[in-house]
Design a protein around this ligand. Sequence first.
Ligand code: UDP
Length: 218
Amino acid sequence: MADVLVGIYGASGFGREVLPLVREQLKTTSAELVFVDDGDVPKVLNGYPVLRYDEFLESDAGEKKLVFAIANSAIREKLAAKCTKDGIRSLSVRADNTVILDEVDVGEGVILCHFTQLTSNIRIGKYFHANIYSYVAHDCVIGDYVTFAPSVRCNGNVVIEDHAYIGAGAVIKQGTPEKPLVIGKSAVVGMGAVVTKDVPPGVTVVGNPAKVFEPRKR
Ligand code: UDP
């Protein structure tokens, strides 16, 4: 029986990137690692067993924890709620070269991948993902279930509301203490966008300077 069994929930692309971070983080402990996935995936991936959630629940272990390594924030929220109900705690993951400066407050269950930086005086909610090479600069406030793809550059005095998704290589202009730049709830910022002004909730913006994306009518 494992003293501690840690499940990486999601055995797809991101999960396979996150498992090595967890392995490194827990290398001085006796924790055992598995993937947890409810989809049609092999029983072993990259040398680690893949359990369905019900199998994970039934496993014999002193303590169980889960890392939610699924980029889709709505799925993350649904799975986190289910696991909390089942009494399973989340584990936060931080790559060994992540830089975190002063007065940074981070919620539960976040994943900070390699080469990510959180500078000073930042608040971040729960289940935030910062994929490789992303940064959050001074005085930003990030909500719950926010997702950064690789290389997101979030400059100072920016507010990002819950469930927003920021695409790879996007740049977000700095706000000011009096008027932070705000990215609204569940907004999507497209890959490579340069965001120079507030983004309303629920919309998708693309381009440089970023504008609301309206699919062409046929
Ligand atoms: N998944 C799951 N339970 C759910 C929803 C999704 O186990 O309720 C798994 C799904 O089977 C897939 C993974 O989560 O293996 C999500 O993979 P995807 O490629 O969509 O996303 P990414 O790895 O990029 O986050």
